[in-house]
Design a protein around this ligand. Sequence first.
Ligand SMILES: Nc1ncnc2c1ncn2[C@@H]1O[C@H](COP(=O)(O)OP(=O)(O)OP(=O)(O)O)[C@@H](O)[C@H]1O
Ligand SMILES: [Mg+2]
Length: 366
Amino acid sequence: MTATVDEPTLTTLEERARAGTGTFGEDHLIVCDSLVRIYQSEGVEVQALQGLDLLVEQGELVAIVGASGSGKSTLLSVLSGLDVPTAGRVRVGDWDLMAMSARQRVDYRRSMVGFVWQQTARNLVPYLTSTENVAFPLALAGIRRRDRARRAAELLDVLGVGYCADRRPGQMSGGEQQRVAIAVGLANAPQVLFADEPTGELDTATSHDVLEGLRTVNRELGTTVVVVTHDPGVSEHVQRTVAIRDGRTSSEVVRRTQTHDDGTEHVVAEEFAVLDRAGRVQLPQEYRETLELAGRVRLALEESHVSVWPDRPRPAAAPAPAAPAPTAPAAVAPAEDPGAAPTPAAPRAPRQAAPTAGPDDAEETR
Ligand SMILES: Nc1ncnc2c1ncn2[C@@H]1O[C@H](COP(=O)(O)OP(=O)(O)OP(=O)(O)O)[C@@H](O)[C@H]1O
Ligand SMILES: [Mg+2]
């Protein structure tokens, strides 16, 4: 008698697929799930976002960093409702950004999110004072004149630019203008504020004031803030810095406050690689170069981590490779392991024949 194998029906497969994706980021305010954005220009395809995953919790202050052209502005355009991705899933609060009508898109942009752009001139109307600039979106929303003035004064105060209330943009420094611009972005009390390179045209000291302004807004008003920046000092101002590389999130720096035995508090910044939902992780370029990792690599499952080995035969009598340079560990420790040291212990020889991973397999090599 032949054994019967239970073939899954189409319905079962659909249910399984829904169960698998339905929960990703369920309790987060912002969910980007495998976002793809392809631009077509003059017959050439540019993949600005290549399956990007990102989760942001309500009340977080997150910085997005990455090389020019990595997809940061594309991501912010999508999140702010200006652009629609080619594929994937994107949700902010209750708003499904893939399925909004034109009218809902306008509502979303007026009520749910605020923006600050890099160009100071794009944020403020040049012939209006700071108070009038903040009051302008409130007037569009039908708020009474007296309430508009009160709200404008409150916001300018929170951002430390109350003294600029009666000045026009031309009478303020770049940093003051950007802090007024943050107040404008917050006029309608959005849940999320997006800022694309708000410090791009500013010097270091002034950038510091603007980033601190965003931090104050996050802390005092509870607004969730996502800020794109080139500013290398940004991770000092935020809890989480997400790096984007080639249209995907590649690594994160998380800052935590640790209390030592003597009661003193220290801020510790730890860098993590991001393991995406398909199991891919991007190895930093310096690691790949130091160990000449390219094409195929061997993976080995160790007790507490996974090690990545170059695909080179080792001399028969040679011992296992020596410990890598401090900057070039080739092992990926689980992020949730609180004891995970930034530099893992020397890799041991794989315990058994390790699987071979090609670029399209479990390992990402670019
Ligand atoms: N409207 C467009 N048409 C065609 N290609 C585009 C368009 N907008 C962006 N791109 C391309 O998409 C990629 C990502 O661009 P994006 O502006 O998101 O990068 P970025 O990370 O913000 O860079 P920067 O730091 O220079 O602002 C780039 O290769 C860019 O040339
Ligand atoms: Mg940009």
